[in-house]
Design a protein around this ligand. Structure first.
Ligand code: SF4
Length: 192
């Protein structure tokens, strides 16, 4: 399962150590408290919040390098401190949205609003963004900067997402089996 993710030998070793710690300290059950999760090797505040939000339904803001960068570009915070960023953003959204806000912002950072060259003119939230223009404003060049990470064989889907960038998130949802108004049925073999 982890082989395709790269650095799989190191990751396998880490998973073994992590698993042993969960067995030794938590009777083999992944703990549902942040203060316990961060005692596990390789688990920091960000990862703990991801686990709490996705595995236990306990909402949280997960601040990684993408989230921190975009939160500043959106004007949600002026801090570089991940804990302060987390607190600032938590004040802007209701708790029920915290986990998905984290995922969506991180995906947007990976795919569109890159660190060095954001694809501003291909950005679905350009009209809302106070930082529009810090990146590429030529539409053709901006489209080429998009990075949708799709499994091999999904080139047609990627082309569809790039061609319809303002609906890329909905196209992705459709491929995952969610009905989306105004979009055709999933392509054969679709999925991310
Ligand atoms: S408009 Fe530019 S800076 Fe703003 S979110 Fe989009 S890519 Fe990032």
């Amino acid at each position: 399962m982890i082989k395709p993710t790269g650095f799989f030998r190191a990751k396998a070793r880490s998973l073994h150590v992590l698993s042993q710690k969960i067995v030794d300290d938590f009777d083999g059950v992944v703990p549902a408290r942040r203060e316990d999760l961060v005692t596990l090797p390789g688990v920091g505040r960000k990862t703990a919040n991801v686990v709490l939000g996705n595995a236990f339904g306990i909402p949280g803001i997960s601040v990684d390098t993408h989230f921190g960068r975009l939160a500043k570009r959106f004007g949600w915070t002026d801090s570089d401190d991940p804990v302060k960023v987390e607190q600032d953003v938590m004040e802007l959204f209701p708790p029920r949205d915290w986990t998905m806000v984290s995922h969506r912002v991180i995906f947007h950072g990976r795919r569109v609003c890159h660190s060095r060259r954001p694809a501003c003119s291909a950005c679905p939230v350009a009209a809302l963004c106070p930082s529009f223009g810090i990146g590429e404003t030529d539409p053709g060049k901006a489209l080429k900067l998009l990075k949708y990470e799709l499994a091999p064989g999904q080139e047609a889907l990627r082309e569809e997402m790039v061609a319809n960038v303002h609906r890329a998130a909905e196209i992705r949802m459709r491929e995952q089996g969610h009905p989306v108004a105004g979009l055709a049925d999933p392509q054969p073999g679709g999925g991310l």
